[in-house]
Design a protein around this ligand. Sequence first.
Ligand code: FES
Ligand code: FES
Length: 162
Amino acid sequence: MRRVNRDQRTRINLTLNGRAVSADTEPRMLLSDFLRHALGATGTHVGCEHGVCGCCTVLIDGTAGRSCLTLAVQVEGRAVRTVESLASADGKLNALQQAFQNNHALQCGFCTPGILMSFTDYLAKNPKPSEAEICEVLSGHLCRCTGYAGIVAAIKEATGSK
Ligand code: FES
Ligand code: FES
């Protein structure tokens, strides 16, 4: 049987938020931990580490995915986008973020990066979702604070949806 050296370090090269980056990691490291601890992208939050809460959601080659269910080695050569990519360089919030602020769609903010990244992917495919479609996407995210109404209102405002 092939023995795997769990402590062996591997260099990972990827594009993070449009910038080529690389760092060493163990083969077993999760992408969520790699982003936060090796690359300093702490906007990606870690809640359950079981694929349930959605707060670790990032875009991998443009598609939303749970970074706690992805190994860092799986993003070798790929493009990852995190919440840090949404605001412009001067700190101006994008339309979705601004709508969250306008509608009090966050309190502690722990769930917010994952929700923003899921909707960044979803709205690129369906820019004017119905309320039912918004709730369907939101069903993949747990928020302990808001009761969700503000989040739905924010996404409706950002998209001009009814
Ligand atoms: S931390 Fe990844 S889904 Fe909860
Ligand atoms: S704002 Fe606190 S968990 Fe969603």
